[in-house]
Design a protein around this ligand. Structure first.
Ligand code: AP5
Length: 215
């Protein structure tokens, strides 16, 4: 069993690579972004509370996201977890360590996905996803084979995120540098950190991640 964190700024390709690991290794993707968007769509009290923060590109409180992860870790069995977009603060990182201890598991790798910030606007503003299966596409670099139809599941429900605009991205990036990038040093000091060039082609990034996980 392998547990891995994919760490990187918005648009680095965390979700894209997490989905490949699910398909190829049967691992479980835990994306706090997806969980929060699901809470919004369900109209739950928590979902409504976080909607404005997410649209503006801010971070939801540690208490809420740690609660979401705790629920998943305590309730499920898995062939290894991919933490996608979590942790995002030092408080979340400490909490994850404690939660894994509680269930008798450990973190095997933290992969820092390194990109040039100038690539992120294009990646994020061109992104769309399948609302049915979560497959990730891009207008220029990875469009669906048939216009408007998901390659993976055939759904025509392809959607764009409310926070995928330049203004919100700039705020998300600022939050990343202020609150999340210190985790690179945190995990380096713990001896868990590896890095990949996330500007490379999707296949090549996947190969580099595979090498790290097989090590
Ligand atoms: P979240 O959903 O986690 O968004 P994010 O971290 O901003 O990351 P993205 O999903 O935007 O990017 P990604 O790295 O997954 O890239 P992707 O693979 O899609 O969070 C959203 C919001 O929820 C946050 O702003 C916050 O409000 C809240 N939140 C979530 N977690 C939280 C937490 N822990 N604490 C507090 N608040 C939290 O790829 C992007 C595009 O690029 C795609 O179109 C893709 O096709 C393309 N692409 C990917 N890889 C490549 C490649 N190698 N080459 C070319 N194109 C590529």
């Amino acid at each position: 069993m392998t547990n891995v964190i994919l760490l990187g700024p918005p648009g680095a390709g965390k979700g894209t690579q997490a989905k490949r690991l699910v398909d190829e290794r049967g691992m479980t993707q835990l994306s706090t972004g997806d969980m929060l968007r699901a809470a919004r769509s369900s109209g739950s009290e928590m979902g409504l509370k976080v909607a404005a923060v997410m649209d503006a590109g801010g971070l939801v409180t540690d208490e809420i996201v740690i609660g979401l992860i705790r629920e998943k870790l305590e309730s499920g069995e898995s062939n290894g977890y991919i933490f996608d977009g979590f942790p995002r603060t030092l408080g979340q990182a400490d909490a994850l360590g404690a939660l894994l201890d509680q269930i008798g598991q450990k973190l095997d790798a933290v992969i820092s996905m390194q990109v040039d910030d100038s690539a992120l606007v294009r990646r994020v503003t061109g992104r769309y996803t399948c609302a049915n299966c979560g497959a990730v596409y891009h207008d220029e670099t990875h469009p669906t084979k048939v216009d408007g139809v998901c390659d993976s599941c055939g759904s025509t429900n392809l959607v764009r995120r409310a926070d995928d605009n330049e203004e919100s991205l700039r705020h998300r990036l600022m939050e990343y540098y202020k609150k999340t990038s210190p985790l690179i040093g945190y995990y380096y000091a713990k001896g868990d950190l590896s890095s990949v060039d996330a500007l490379a082609k999707v296949e090549d990034v996947a190969g580099a991640i595979k090498d790290i996980l097989d090590r």
